[in-house]
Design a protein around this ligand. Structure first.
Ligand code: GTP
Ligand code: SPV
Ligand code: MN
Length: 620
């Protein structure tokens, strides 16, 4: 206790905040360990905020911050009759997506970050970033945001505290996590992931703040797996700034999973209920902006078949204690989803009707929002995401391609009633996918767990606007985890193989591709709600009620079992959707061989064996 008071005294000197003592005392009362409190105090000392606020997660606190951001013009209230509780934020034009080239894994040894991550020495990184953090919250409030990832009281839940100077981040964390008092109440004796975040824009006295402060020139997001810390500087956007999400729940959590025998995955979790009322749960890993949220929120056109959401982005997978079932929890409590493409014809539209913060969409004269794909005909006029007048003659999009909605899970009409189950849900099937214009068929089933791991490791996908950089470039993205694995990916592959062998009855595994195109560049498969036909087939395979057709690349559905006749707007035939073209697969296997070799001796033999068997079976 003695140390606390020295800190408090030194803090009172730099922080013009009468209630600092109260803040400390309330943390002590909640049983937060003294080393965590020391950390908060030390940070406060170097960040030099004008005030400190511990966030309790109350509605009142949320509304106060919203009001403050409306005044600051960070948020624009939308038409409250059309969209109650909804706001629009416009980001800085240079702060619109995750920045992978400025994302670092700071393990002690470079080898532990592996060939697919940017590595930096942890001591050097802390020195470099430490200088930027020095004094960076001048003129601002330091918010202390305690949060829980996973259902409160679940044995699978994990805890974090984010220190941030961004009120936009605080309200987003309230929506995306179990935040504030309810998290603090569960934290006693638990290990806590320390998340430090600043927009990187100190405010001089009397200076006018911008609506979206950020510091793109000095942007860096560093992960310290050994000490379970994340440091993020300079951005206010999505996964760069909401450190609970990709930074904690994937990069740091994946390293916890490696140590403790579980998996933190970039996966949606959904349930499918058949006409007899039987429910099964599946997970699916697709790279960013490749269809997770839309699949999770699917509204089924097939009579009697229903899909409900457990999670749309991240799944933590554990074997049950007796090893009899694979359990999945969604560590999040809300959705941060891609807006463009969402319409009455697709799946998330009802979830974002109320209490949603939209970032970087267009504003309509009636105070509603618009984005590409919302309606077949664009509005005659709008204000684009950069606050410029827009009309359909413009060549630039009205909404940014990576514009997002942030909304609580309970706003989703198709949320599964078990979504907060402390034991997670039992997974029957694991699906991998990517955005591929050619080569990869609509769906195939793995022959075995090892083959399934091979399918996951083999995913390539065209890059999207979810990360800065070129869009549409094919890249290897094993398990949709390339930007999110906190350690050496070769060890990750091995971890997947051994993980499957730990349970009595591993789920079936699948690879899907909604994005195959014909020679006119049109999607062969109508996707969205029609993906239910694929989910139905997977369900029936799990039941053992349909037979599959063996091919060299996996088991595929028989034509009649996909019920093509009832699918409207289909451009491709069964034969086109499942075509295995020799020249395409030669290219595919050659690219895979080069890629797998890049992991050197660390690459698991089991996957090389799979590779060789498949190449032979293909007659290549
Ligand atoms: P992140 O949140 O970035 O991880 O993306 P996500 O994987 O959740 O992707 P999301 O469901 O938001 O979809 C991304 C884009 O792909 C949107 O523009 C969708 O309209 C489009 N999309 C989603 N599902 C389908 C599909 O089945 N077919 C086609 N053609 N496009 C789809
Ligand atoms: C993704 O890029 O996969 C996202 C958006 O879900 S972000 O939260 O920015 O990572
Ligand atoms: Mn999503």
């Amino acid at each position: 206790m003695h140390r606390f008071f020295i800190f408090i005294l030194s803090l009172c000197a730099v922080v013009n905040y009468l209630h600092t003592n109260e803040v400390i005392l309330s943390l002590v009362e909640y049983g937060i360990e003294s080393d965590t409190i020391d950390w908060i105090l030390l940070q406060a000392e170097q960040l030099t905020p004008d005030s400190i606020q511990i966030c309790d997660g109350s509605e009142e606190e949320y509304q106060t911050l919203i009001k403050q951001m409306v005044q600051q013009q960070t948020l624009i209230p939308l038409n409250q009759t059309l969209r109650p509780g909804c706001y629009l934020a416009r980001s800085h034009p240079k702060d619109v997506a995750r920045v992978e080239e400025k994302t670092f894994i700071c393990s002690d040894k470079k080898q532990d970050a592996g060939p697919t991550n940017n590595w930096a020495d942890p001591i050097e990184m802390k020195q470099i970033m430490g200088e930027d953090f020095q004094g960076c919250m001048k003129g601002r409030t330091l918010y202390i945001v305690p949060f829980c990832m996973g259902p409160l009281k679940s044995k699978y839940a994990r805890f974090g505290i984010q220190l941030t100077d961004s009120p936009y981040v605080v309200v987003s964390l309230k929506t995306m996590t179990r935040m504030g008092r309810k998290a603090l109440e569960q934290m006693e004796g638990k290990s806590i992931v320390r998340c430090l975040h600043s927009m990187g824009c100190p405010l001089e006295p009397g200076a006018i703040d911008s609506a979206w402060p950020c510091n793109p020139e000095k942007l860096a997001i560093a992960h310290f797996p050994k000490t379970r810390e994340v440091w993020s500087f300079g951005s206010n956007y999505g996964g760069n700034a909401l450190l609970n999400k990709k930074c904690f729940a994937l990069r740091i959590a994946s390293t916890l999973g490696l140590d403790e025998g579980w998996l933190a995955e970039h996966m949606l979790i959904l349930s499918v209920t058949n006409p007899e009322g039987k429910k099964r749960y599946f997970t699916a890993a697709f790279p960013s902006a490749c269809g997770k949220t839309n699949l999770a929120m699917l509204e089924s056109p097939l009579p009697g078949w229903k899909v409900e959401v457990v999670g749309d982005d991240i799944a933590w997978l554990h074997w049950s204690e007796d090893g009899s079932s694979l359990r999945a929890i969604n560590p999040e409590a809300g959705f941060f989803g891609v807006v463009p493409g969402t319409s009455e014809k697709t799946n998330a539209i009802r979830t974002i009707a109320t209490n949603t913060i939209f970032t970087n969409v267009a504003l309509l004269p009636n105070g509603d929002v618009w984005w590409e794909g919302k309606t077949d005909t664009p509005p005659p006029m709008a204000i684009d995401w950069q606050n410029n007048p827009w009309d359909p003659s413009k060549t630039t999009p009205a909404a940014h391609p990576n514009s997002r909605f942030c909304v609580a899970a309970h706003e989703c009409p198709n949320i599964d009633q078990t979504w907060q189950d402390t034991n997670g849900v039992e997974i029957s099937a694991i699906i991998f996918g990517g955005r591929r214009a050619s080569t990869i068929p609509l769906i195939r089933e793995a022959f075995s767990w090892e083959h399934g791991v091979f399918l996951g490791a083999s995913i390539s996908s065209e890059t999207t606007a979810a990360a800065t950089g070129t869009v549409g470039k094919l890249r290897h993205d094993p398990f949709a985890m390339i930007p999110f694995c906190g350690y050496n990916m070769a060890d990750y592959f091995s971890h997947w193989i051994t993980f499957g062998l730990q349970g009595a009855n591993p789920p079936k595994m699948y690879a899907v591709n909604w994005f195959r195109k014909n020679s006119n560049g049109e999607y062969l498969w109508p996707g969205f709600q029609y993906n239910i036909h694929v989910l139905k087939w997977i369900f029936e395979r799990c039941e053992g009620s349909v037979k599959a057709k063996p091919t060299a690349i996996g088991l595929i559905p028989k034509k009649l079992d996909l019920d093509f006749a009832s699918i409207l707007g289909i451009k491709g035939s069964y034969e086109e959707l499942f075509a295995v073209k020799k020249h395409e697969w030669e290219k595919e296997y050659s690219a895979l061989s080069t890629y797998f070799s890049s992991f050197g001796n660390e690459f698991p033999d089991e996957l090389w064996l799979q590779y060789q068997e498949l190449v032979q079976a293909n007659g290549q």
